[in-house]
Design a protein around this ligand. Structure first.
Ligand SMILES: Nc1nc2c(c(=O)[nH]1)N[C@H]1C(S)=C(S)[C@@H](COP(=O)(O)O)O[C@H]1N2
Ligand SMILES: [Mo]
Length: 337
């Protein structure tokens, strides 16, 4: 049955071409101008400016890229050095093939139902071991004038992967502004919960609200990121609007969506999937091809956006060993999965 399914548009090989071209252009712009503001890339096609960039016209498009963002709803952001050689996952797949169980367990449910969630205005409750606690508007948590892009690999524990151009800010700076104390050894996150707006939460699939956590040194690592956008525009609700975590060296479920609470705690916090199946999902959840899930291998992954048989080898820490391996020196990563 699986093989007779009509392929989704993004499952065709040619679907890779446009995002790949944009990705190369982005790098050329950055190489030419350093960390210039690359503005106004909206949706999959990109802005006229950027989509028409070619190797021969790099100089002129660098100038164009310095223009302020057009009044398109797109975000203004700077490029950074965080990228990967793999092609970007087409935006239709990034926004149409999702895990956001609050809206249903099928991959197409979040795109169909997440619009029912109200995300504006948005506030985040900050509590626990920190100098500044209380309820903060999203704009006071995330500095929207300091957004940057990060192209990260996302590896779901279900053995599929994507490459996504996120827009956001490093998590470390966000956490530091709350002045965590020495007792803050972990940071815990909680997802918004409204049973009327999130139809999936009317069923006891997980113990709602969805919760996640990191050890403080993991949270302070340069790779840990708070995203408010992707593909140059604000986050679609199904991807965790208006603000979600992105922890690229860990399985996707650590990257908690639609965050409404940040807690600085002294004990390792509970996490949604660990509570549901502790044998299958640990607290650390670092991508590790050597630790099989009890029900399937983690050695390879299906590359979403390629054809159905497009697989790649899964890398330790999802390919981010250089940045994060030191966090786990001396730890048994099979036991501490
Ligand atoms: N609140 C919440 N956050 C969540 C999930 C979820 O079900 N609820 N799913 C996780 C899983 S399993 C993955 S793989 C990623 C998927 O992110 P994406 O849909 O933006 O690709 O979100 C993670 N964050
Ligand atoms: Mo996942």
């Amino acid at each position: 049955m699986f093989f007779y399914r009509k392929p989704k548009p993004w499952q065709g090989r040619e679907a890779d071409v446009t995002p790949r071209a944009l990705y190369i252009n982005r790098r050329q712009i950055m190489a030419a101008g350093g960390a210039v503001a690359v503005t106004g890339l909206v949706g999959c096609g990109g802005s006229e400016t950027e989509a028409s960039t070619s190797a021969e016209s790099t100089a002129s498009s660098t100038a164009a890229a310095r223009q302020p963002a057009p009044p398109s709803g797109g975000l203004q952001y700077a490029g950074t050095g965080y990228s990967v050689p793999d092609p970007l996952t087409p935006i239709d797949a990034v926004t149409g093939y999702n895990n956001f169980y609050e809206f249903g367990v099928d991959k197409s449910d979040p795109a169909r139902h997440a619009h029912e969630m109200s995300v504006d205005p948005w506030s985040i409750e900050v509590d626990g071991h920190a100098g500044r606690t209380g309820r903060f508007a999203l704009e006071d948590v995330v500095d929207f004038s300091a957004l940057e892009e990060r192209i990260y690999r996302l590896r779901c524990v279900e053995a599929w992967s994507m490459v996504i151009p996120w827009i956001g800010v490093p998590l470390a700076g966000v956490l530091q502004q709350f002045e965590p104390t020495a007792d803050a050894r972990y940071v815990a996150f909680e997802t918004y919960l409204d049973r009327r707006e999130m139809r999936g939460t009317r069923f006891p699939v997980l113990d709602w609200p969805y919760v996640e956590g990191l050890r403080m040194d993991e949270a302070m690592n340069e790779l840990a990121f708070l995203a408010v956008g992707l593909y140059g525009d604000v986050l679609p609700n199904q991807n965790g609007a208006p603000v979600r975590l992105v922890v690229p060296w860990k399985y996707g479920y650590k990257s908690i969506k639609s965050i409404t609470r940040i807690s600085f705690v002294s004990q390792q916090p509970e996490t949604a999937w660990n509570k549901a199946a502790p044998n299958e999902y640990g607290f650390y959840s670092n991508v590790n091809p050597n630790r099989a899930h009890p029900r399937w291998s983690q050695q390879t992954e299906r590359v979403i956006g390629g054809n159905l048989f497009n697989r790649r080898e899964t890398e330790m820490f999802n390919g981010y060993s250089e940045q994060v391996a030191h966090l786990y020196a001396g730890m048994d990563l099979i036991e501490n999965h």
